[in-house]
Write a protein that binds this ligand. Structure first.
Ligand SMILES: Cc1cc2nc3c(=O)[nH]c(=O)nc-3n(C[C@H](O)[C@H](O)[C@H](O)COP(=O)(O)OP(=O)(O)OC[C@H]3O[C@@H](n4cnc5c(N)ncnc54)[C@H](O)[C@@H]3O)c2cc1C
Length: 359
């Protein structure tokens, strides 16, 4: 018998939530390369839940996850969501087409005209005359959710090993022989939840990569000479050149919506992206920026069709849980439940997300 039924490679939200969803139904181990889980993309997100984000195929995962996050999945101790609302703004009505097309019964949107926009976003510069209101947008307590997943995984018998990168894995009969840090284990199934490193982990296991590309995204925390910003809506550009949200009474998080292809790494913000973020922000509102207090970047990883990859590879015992792009937190409960059901044989292959679509 193998040491474990399942070894999950990666302790970010993908690996942690899947571990929680397994809930002790399999003997499972999470191996994490870093000293702590959540160091990479999971610890660097903008932390919002936005119904339409990621497109129509991702939306069912987001909508199914909403109530679960609201109820504090996986343990129910408290809600991970705090309602904020979002407004997508445009200078030209035509630019709102996609935002309006995303309208659905589950997350209804409404149009806003200049007077409404001025009330909702005081100090909005001239020219931003059109908007779409999405009241369902919420902030996610990412750290709380991630820690609750890890705690639930442990409580249900899961083991977590940090500072233990997978360095090799080979298939022997019905199981894998896995080298991680200085340890060696056997397992029936390897789950690839390695985020930006997903293709590299596949190669280490002798599995063909899928073309999952890490794209860098930057966030700037700026102190503003203005108060009352905490509860402002998330403000999105219809042409996807920026978004920003209030982070405290006089602070905002701004992203220039960058997508720079990069090797998997400990990503950091580049000066040019920070400058672009500030420049775009100042073209939207007349709020004076007092200081750039903090900047960071993380890697959002995308499969070639920008849909997540959940399911078994054609290589026996190799399971993908990767390519969560910019929606990996907001979809995590439903994605984890789906992956857990696939792993224990309680669900049939989800075709849109299966790795076999690339083979
Ligand atoms: C700036 C930014 C804003 C974002 N905003 C949002 C948002 O508002 N809402 C939302 O839902 N999503 C958002 N996202 C996306 C979200 O953060 C990701 O989809 C999600 O965190 C991906 O989680 P993950 O577990 O796959 O990756 P990660 O958190 O990167 O975890 C992968 C882990 O695998 C480990 N690993 C890699 N190789 C090995 C190995 N060989 N052995 C062992 N371990 C290994 C890594 O160390 C890492 O800890 C944002 C992302 C960024 C960068």
């Amino acid at each position: 018998m193998s040491d474990f039924d399942v070894i999950i490679v990666g302790g970010g939200i993908a690996g942690a939530s899947l571990g929680a969803a397994l809930g002790g139904r399999r003997r499972a181990l999470i191996i994490e390369a870093e000293d702590q889980c959540g160091y990479h993309t999971t610890g660097r997100s903008a932390a919002f839940w936005l119904a339409h984000y990621g497109g129509p195929e991702v939306m069912p995962l987001t909508l199914a996850s909403g109530p679960l996050l609201e109820q504090g999945w996986p343990t129910g101790e408290r809600s991970w969501l705090r309602r904020r609302g979002a407004i997508t703004i445009a200078r030209a009505y035509m630019d709102l087409r996609e935002a309006l097309a995303a309208n659905s019964r589950d997350a209804p949107l409404s149009e806003l005209k200049r007077p409404d926009l001025e009330t909702r976003i005081p100090g909005l510069r001239e020219g931003w005359d059109f908007g779409v209101d999405d009241p369902s947008c919420a902030d996610i307590d990412v750290a709380g959710l991630h820690q609750a997943c890890l705690a639930h995984f442990r409580r249900t018998g899961g083991k977590i090993l940090c500072a233990s990168p997978l360095t090799s894995a080979s298939r022997s009969g019905e199981h894998w022989i896995v080298e991680a840090g200085s340890e060696r284990f056997t397992a029936a199934v390897i789950v690839n939840a390695a985020g930006a490193w997903a293709d590299g982990v596949a190669r280490l296991c002798g599995v063909s990569p899928l073309g999952i590309r890490p794209l860098r995204r930057t966030i700037v925390q700026a102190r503003i000479q203005r108060s009352g910003l905490s509860d402002l809506p998330l403000v999105n550009d219809a042409l996807e050149r920026f978004y920003f949200k209030g982070e405290s009474d006089n602070r905002v998080w701004i992203s220039p919506h960058d997508e720079t292809e990069t090797e998997p790494c400990d990503a950091a913000a580049e000066e040019l992206d920070v400058a672009t973020a500030i420049d775009r922000f100042q073209s939207v509102v007349d709020w004076p920026v007092e200081a750039v207090e903090r900047t960071w970047a993380g890697l959002r990883s995308f499969a070639p069709d920008r849909l997540p990859v959940f399911g078994f590879d054609s290589t026996p015992g190799f399971f993908w849980c990767a390519g969560q792009g910019g929606f990996g937190i907001q979809t995590s409960p439903a994605a984890a439940e789906l992956c857990a059901a696939l792993l224990v044989g309680e669900a049939a292959e989800a075709r849109a997300f299966s790795p076999l679509r690339f083979k």
